[in-house]
Ligand binder design. Structure first.
Ligand SMILES: CC(C)(COP(=O)(O)OP(=O)(O)OC[C@H]1O[C@@H](n2cnc3c(N)ncnc32)[C@H](O)[C@@H]1OP(=O)(O)O)[C@@H](O)C(=O)NCCC(=O)NCCS
Length: 202
């Protein structure tokens, strides 16, 4: 029988927008109906991500806010990182709305502990204060070794960034007492230059 027989048209368009890289394993992502969910980045995340990167409150512990072009370039680097390593900073949905990122990245700047895998987070301020960062970061640490073979994860932030240090402590990371360092990518004259160092081992 001929294969040219008329078949009903199948539309491939789905309600879920196309991911820009591979989705995270289920134990990192959590279930579809979870209030806090990690997933692959999508084109549509660029706009809300640029909004949070332009918010001085979110960027209070960074040297500067980001322009739209700088924010988009960061998304491109995040997607490249996922393609290169198979893991990275995942997009975070809180109650189904893009809220920022939580995940892993490779720190390559000059320091005694680099190169290293770092865990990081950046959320829009509407998503703060409900455990979304620490809930998803815990999932990432729980899966780091079994899913990606990562034995050690570091985290660092300005000594002034109390909310981020609190996340490191909440997820069970340990401070390196002698680990404070001056971040080479923060201007010398900035009060944000001195960083704390936290560590987690599988
Ligand atoms: C760092 C940052 C992610 C912390 O966000 P956060 O919401 O305070 O962190 P958590 O997800 O751990 O939530 C903890 C807060 O939620 C509350 N909470 C509510 N339900 C909770 C739950 N189920 N589990 C844990 N905490 C919960 C906690 O009491 C705490 O509130 P508090 O700060 O008033 O004490 C956020 O401030 C941020 O994005 N900052 C800007 C970017 C930044 O500086 N990134 C780090 C750079 S290295």
């Amino acid at each position: 029988m001929s294969s040219t027989r008329h078949r009903p048209m199948i539309t491939t368009e789905s309600a879920t927008p196309k991911p820009l890289h591979r989705e995270p394993p289920q134990r990192i992502a959590s279930s579809d109906d979870a209030a806090v969910r990690l997933r692959a980045w999508r084109e549509g995340d660029r706009e809300p991500f640029a909004d949070l990167n332009a918010d001085p409150e979110v960027m209070r512990y960074f040297p500067a806010t980001l322009s739209r072009a700088e924010s988009d370039a960061m998304v491109d680097r995040i997607v490249d990182h996922h393609e290169r390593y198979g893991y990275g900073l995942w997009a975070l949905d809180v109650d189904g709305r893009f809220a920022g990122f939580v995940g892993l990245s490779t720190a390559t700047f000059e320091a005694p502990f680099t190169p290293a895998v770092e865990i990081g987070w950046r959320l829009a301020s509407w998503a703060w204060g409900r455990g979304a960062a620490s809930t998803s970061a815990r999932r990432v640490l729980d899966a780091a070794h079994t899913e990606f073979g990562i034995d050690e994860v570091l985290s660092f932030t300005s000594v002034l960034n109390a909310p981020s240090i609190a996340v490191m402590q909440r997820i069970g990371m340990t401070r390196e007492p002698a680990g404070n360092f001056d971040h080479p990518r923060v201007p010398v004259e900035s009060a944000l230059r001195e960083h704390v160092l936290y560590r987690w081992s599988a």
